[in-house]
Design a protein around this ligand. Structure first.
Ligand code: IPE
Ligand code: IPE
Ligand code: MG
Ligand code: MG
Ligand code: MG
Length: 325
């Protein structure tokens, strides 16, 4: 994925855009808006309460977050929020906060002490472009900034809604979510003194629900929180987000086996050699693909209460499974 404009990016994402697919133009629209918003939020001027923004750190934070990525998580925030007629600018703010957490997770995931990768989004990884310390601090800066963004009145006029988003994102990102999942991922690989942590299918499913699923699930629930939706609507989106999250990592693991580096924009063929715990490894490619298909159906079924309004979210579930990047 060396091409960096949202439009060029979209062209790379799937083998062919489906027939009634409003999905790709809408994903591209969010990607364009996200680029502009992150560019504004990550400007060089210090904001009220900050002392100064050191240029090298700013550059690294911008490098890790601008000019690439599918922006699927912000898309999910925007499109789930649209079900409840939430103003797009508000959903984009939450999408920007979430994308900051996601980009931080990638910068840290690529570090030599973690997956040790040289390529991300078709470009050198943050620590290769800068250095390990700068990539660590850029990640720290992005993580912290996410909560700064959520706390702003621009995100939602109701403080109760903003606090609900802060709590939800903190729990999705941290100990019992993404960070916890990353710990299990490395433990399963046998990186620590205890030796490899053997995980069965259920345990790998939990690991993946944490390291990848938690942020995607947040993306889908955030729309309902912003829209102050009913408990039923929230439950439906929770179910959709959980199925989508599980599907997303299986597709990612399949891309590691079958993907094309130029298209995927990151290294492939490394997971099995590294001893990563994946469902592709446990079930085999064919069974993993069947499982992936059933998760897409599960995601679609969860959207039933929203009828036609959720067509683009159904298309997103198919995209997650069929994507090439
Ligand atoms: C990659 O996420 C990391 C995983 C959770 C598997 P994405 O495939 O969404 O990465 P970008 O943001 O599009 O680069
Ligand atoms: C990482 O999973 C999930 C994160 C929390 C970043 P992977 O390690 O499989 O993601 P890629 O393949 O490097 O994008
Ligand atoms: Mg990893
Ligand atoms: Mg990785
Ligand atoms: Mg991967």
């Amino acid at each position: 994925m060396a091409t960096k404009t949202p439009k060029a990016l979209a062209a790379n994402l799937v083998a062919s855009a489906g027939p009634e697919d409003a999905f790709l133009p809408r994903l591209t629209a969010v990607a364009t808006d996200m680029e502009a918003l992150l560019d504004r939020l990550l400007g060089s001027e210090a904001v009220d309460g900050e002392v100064a923004r050191p240029p090298r750190l700013m550059q690294a934070m911008r490098y890790a977050s601008l000019g690439g990525g599918k922006r699927l998580r912000p898309f999910l925030v925007v499109e789930t929020a649209a079900l409840f007629n939430v103003r797009r600018e508000r959903a984009l703010m939450v999408g920007a906060a979430l994308e900051c957490v996601h980009c931080y997770s990638l910068a840290h995931d690529d570090l030599p002490a973690m997956d040790n990768d040289a390529l991300r989004r078709g470009q050198p990884t943050a620590h290769r472009k800068f250095d390990d310390a700068t990539a660590i601090l850029a990640g720290d800066g992005l993580l912290t900034y996410a909560f700064d963004i959520l706390s702003r009145a621009e995100t939602h006029p109701s403080a109760a809604v903003r606090i609900a988003l802060v709590a939800l994102l903190a729990r999705a990102a941290g100990l019992g979510g993404m960070v916890g999942g990353q710990m299990l991922d490395l433990a399963a690989e046998g990186r620590f003194a205890e030796g490899p942590l053997a995980l069965d299918e259920t345990e790998v499913t939990t690991l993946q629900a944490m390291k990848t699923g938690a942020l995607l699930r947040f993306a889908c629930l955030a729309g309902a929180v912003l829209g102050e939706a009913s408990a039923d609507a929230r439950r439906a989106l929770d179910e959709y987000g959980s199925a989508l999250g599980r599907a997303f990592q299986i597709a990612d693991d399949l891309l590691d086996v079958e993907g094309d580096v130029a298209m995927v924009g990151k290294s492939t063929g490394k997971d099995a050699a590294a001893g990563k715990a994946t469902l592709v490894g446990i079930l085999g490619t064919a069974n993993a693909k069947a499982h992936l298909a059933s998760l897409v159906t599960q995601a679609e079924t969860a959207l039933a209460p929203f009828g036609r309004d959720a067509a683009v979210l159904k298309a997103a579930a198919h995209f997650v499974a069929e994507r090439r990047a």
